[in-house]
Design a protein around this ligand. Structure first.
Ligand code: GRF
Length: 211
């Protein structure tokens, strides 16, 4: 089936690998028209990832492009084909458990954002919540950042924080970071990005959110 002509609004894709709770929060904002942009497609690299189910239930186009059994290059080429087919300009990584190759990042013409469950530049990489819990931080949070070739090293766009109670446990802290911070700041960060894109000025520079 031919895809509709792209609208003049900026076109986004969400890329994820699992639960998809950030995608749900973002889709709700796209759907209620709070983001002057189109969500063109939701892409997952893992078969059975709940994010795809959430997206198709919400009425969005979905694509499963499995990374298992494929080289990074072959997988990224398939992703590129899909993203071009949907006229996607900007990417929102939301629990996407793949490191994009430097070539993909350098060649992608639009913005790529990611959300990380810590106040960057602290606690980069995997198990960021466990790292924070074990470190006994009093304040935890999440950061939406531009993606560069490093792991969680790109310039931050927006972060938000919560006070750690101390009785929530590691899993409870992870849940609080997701529901109290991530689901609030990711849509805000996309709005901020859209404002900056519309202004045509510099895209980078960090804001602090107060969820
Ligand atoms: C989030 O905590 C995000 O910060 C990290 O992966 C998790 C994804 O959760 N990058 P979900 O799939 O959006 O529920």
């Amino acid at each position: 089936m031919p895809h509709p002509e792209p609208s003049p609004l900026p076109r986004f894709a969400i890329l994820g690998s699992g639960r998809g709770s950030n995608a749900v929060a973002l889709m709700a904002e796209f759907r209620r028209g709070a983001l002057p942009a189109e969500l063109a497609v939701v892409v997952a690299n893992v078969k059975g990832a709940a994010i795809l189910e959430h997206a198709s239930r919400a009425g969005y186009a979905t694509a499963l492009i499995e990374s298992a059994g494929r080289s990074r290059l072959a997988h990224e080429e398939l992703c590129l084909m899909c993203l071009r087919e949907h006229h996607v300009e900007h990417l929102l990584l939301a629990g996407y458990m793949r490191i994009l190759s430097p070539e993909f990042i350098a060649g992608w013409p639009g913005v790529i954002l990611n959300i990380h469950p810590a106040l960057l530049p602290d606690f980069r990489g995997r198990d960021a919540v466990a790292q924070q819990w074990q470190a006994g931080v009093r304040v935890a949070g999440a950061t939406v950042h531009f993606v560069d070739a490093g792991v969680d090293t790109g310039p931050p766009l927006l972060c938000g924080s919560i006070a750690v109670r101390g009785d929530e446990g590691e899993a409870g802290l992870a849940e609080r970071i997701r529901s109290e911070v991530e689901h609030v700041i990711y849509p805000r960060a996309v709005r901020l990005l859209l404002e900056r894109l519309a202004r045509g000025g510099p895209l980078h520079g960090q804001d602090r959110s107060s969820p």
